[in-house]
Design a protein around this ligand. Sequence first.
Ligand SMILES: O=C(CO)COP(=O)(O)O
Length: 124
Amino acid sequence: MDTTKRTIALIAHDGKKADMVGFVKDHLEHLRRANIIATGTTGSYVRQTGLEVELKLSGPMGGDAQIAALAAEGKVDAIIFFRDPLGKHAHEPDIQMLMRIADLYNVPLATNPGTGTLIIEGLI
Ligand SMILES: O=C(CO)COP(=O)(O)O
């Protein structure tokens, strides 16, 4: 982890992982200049773009909670979280908690590519 760089967290539900990979490809040059962390499965997909990614646990196993904890400690500059509006998740409380922590600590949070682009271009 390079402390001179911004840290961006990437998370995508299963129905949105392809969108996340496409989004990362579209912003690869910007994202290469940041530290990237991700929930486990999202991160392993994103790695296929060649981007270096620090993997946290898979979302249902506590990955969202790990990213929320880092956000609460001031260690995450932005969260890009493509949620599946049609999906149902056993770990919904963790998802809500992550979004609450983002609001509590004023951490920019994008839930779609349009806002994600604005955050990346504004931050990196
Ligand atoms: O479930 C998730 C976010 O709530 C994402 O987790 P994975 O990236 O491990 O699939």
